[in-house]
Design a protein around this ligand. Structure first.
Ligand SMILES: [Zn+2]
Length: 427
């Protein structure tokens, strides 16, 4: 391949992915606006028109803002590549540092800082503009800044040693460096998964055991039946930052946890807490986190192999606006991380499909072990409180949503149990 061919390929992929994103955003806005006037019939009894219209306005505001961010990110990507940004930072880092690994690390940090600075105003406006306007935000500016500082510190403590290790492997271990780098990357992913619930998340939030009470009594039996220790169950002070509510399952082995946001817990009746817990236990029992990790591990081997191929090809550098520098793995890494999403955006629906399949499986698990009706009720409250639209555009949703649309989920939860389905365990 020549540099010119690769430039053309990249430009076409960027244009296609941008065009697709804008088209999907346009569809979502049109679709949500078209269904704004009336609550969908399946929810007519349960969701007020006010809440429905607030969800529509909130959805549209966020999609519009996302379009602005997407366009600016594309402009920055062009400036960094064809605009000579990466080339200039590479030259600068080579002048500033002697050691080959140090100067590549400096380049990676510089590009990360540029990208971070670009997204910062967006994050600020999302929190203090949109979230505040719709009454969700509870973060103060001081807390937002503290979160930012903690986020940067965590990224530096975890990311810098990993980047240095991969740069060192690329430089010293010969033609098969990418297999070693893949092993290092995989070990890192599992380390983060183990550290996230026990070390990283507690830096940002307080996690406490579920308090005694009706909700707790309702779930003890369910926990015992599913073989999940109740000390793995936590309440998170999500209300410190936002009134959005949620629940999630994370970690593995001894670090596994099910977490309820305090905001969600305050809204749900004990039977609904039990049903949401049953859904999260479904993720645990059906090993969804582990299955996703295995897939991403397999995919990352392919990506590492691709990186090895590109890093050794002068056309890859020149095609992205940087003088060929096969002796500087840091440049290859930076260009790879910048260019990859342009080509992988198209895989979005596959990832969403996989995730949505897990959500349906966890819902079915909740129907078997708790109550589909109670989970449906809990979900309606969750959609309403989070102002999630009940009428997303099907294509937009297929690309972007990790969870199935509300109507599809609730229809399945409330469908009569098929005769072949396993009997419910819960009374
Ligand atoms: Zn789920």
């Amino acid at each position: 391949m020549t540099a010119t061919t690769f430039t053309a390929l990249f430009a076409v992929a960027l244009a296609l992915s941008l065009g697709l994103q804008l088209w999907l955003a346009r569809r979502q806005i049109t679709h949500v606006a078209a269904h704004r006037a009336a609550v969908p019939s399946a929810f007519a009894e349960r969701v007020g028109l006010d809440a429905h219209q607030r969800a529509a306005d909130y959805t549209i505001a966020r999609v519009r803002f996302g379009v602005v961010e997407t366009l600016l990110e594309a402009a920055v990507l062009l400036l960094l590549t064809f605009g000579g940004g990466v080339a200039a930072l590479a030259a600068l880092s080579a002048r500033a540092f002697d050691g080959p690994i140090l100067r590549d690390l400096a380049l990676m940090v510089a590009v990360a800082v540029v990208s971070g600075l670009v997204s910062l105003p967006f994050s600020y406006y999302r929190t203090f503009g949109i979230e505040a306007e719709f009454g969700f935000n509870r973060t103060t500016r001081a807390l937002w800044l503290a979160d930012l500082a903690r986020g940067v510190a965590v990224a530096a403590v975890l990311g810098l040693p990993l980047a240095a290790l991969i740069l060192w492997l690329m430089r010293t271990t010969g033609g098969w460096w990418w297999v070693l780098a893949w092993l290092a990357w995989t070990a890192f992913q599992f380390l983060v998964l183990a550290l996230y619930p026990t070390v990283i998340a507690p830096l940002f939030n307080k996690f406490s055991p579920l308090p005694e009470g009706a909700a707790r009594d309702a779930i003890e039996g369910l926990l015992a039946r599913c073989g999940f220790a109740s000390r793995g169950l936590y309440v998170m002070d999500g209300s410190r930052r936002s009134s959005h509510g949620n629940a999630f399952f994370t970690g593995f082995g001894r670090a596994r946890r099910i977490v309820f946001f305090d905001t969600l817990l305050a809204r749900l009746a004990p039977a609904e807490v039990e049903a949401v817990l049953a859904h999260e236990l479904g993720h645990f029992k059906l090993r969804h986190v582990m299955k996703t990790m295995v897939w991403s591990t397999v995919a990352s081997l392919g990506f590492m192999g691709l990186l090895a191929l590109l890093a050794a090809s002068p056309w890859f550098y020149r095609g992205l606006g940087v003088p060929a520098a096969t002796d500087r793995p840091g440049i290859a890494l930076v260009l790879f991380m910048l260019a990859l999403p342009v080509f992988t955006f198209i895989l979005g629906p596959l990832l969403s499909l996989y995730s949505r399949r897990h959500e349906f499986e966890a819902d079915a698990f909740a129907v078997r072990h708790s109550s589909g009706a109670a989970l449906a009720q809990a979900l309606v409250k969750l959609y309403e409180d989070n102002a999630s639209t009940l009428t997303p555009d099907p294509l937009y949703s297929a690309f972007h949503d990790s969870h199935p649309p509300a109507a599809a989920r609730i229809a399945r939860l409330e469908a009569p149990v098929a005769p072949s389905a396993p009997a419910r365990v819960a009374a």
